[in-house]
Design a binder for this molecule. Structure first.
Ligand SMILES: [Zn+2]
Length: 71
């Protein structure tokens, strides 16, 4: 099962917001709706959902599922 919604937590103000994730794209920039700071992925992460979301982005989720099936 691929989750298509992730709760982003702003590292600046701690504000949480559920955001829908594009299925096959990565969201690189995200502006916090509360404090307006621009979030960027941490080093090594492909998108803001991987860095600040409750759920990793769909491509990463699919990779994990595939890795699990190969094992
Ligand atoms: Zn914020």
């Amino acid at each position: 099962m691929i989750e298509r919604q992730s709760v982003l937590t702003c590292p600046t103000c701690g504000f949480e917001k559920a955001e829908p994730m594009p299925e096959d794209a990565c969201l690189f920039f995200y502006e916090c709706t509360n404090c307006k700071s621009l979030l960027r992925p941490k080093a090594g992460d492909c998108c803001v959902f991987c860095s600040y979301g409750s759920v990793a982005c769909p491509p990463i989720q699919q990779e994990r599922v595939a890795a699990h099936e190969r094992a």
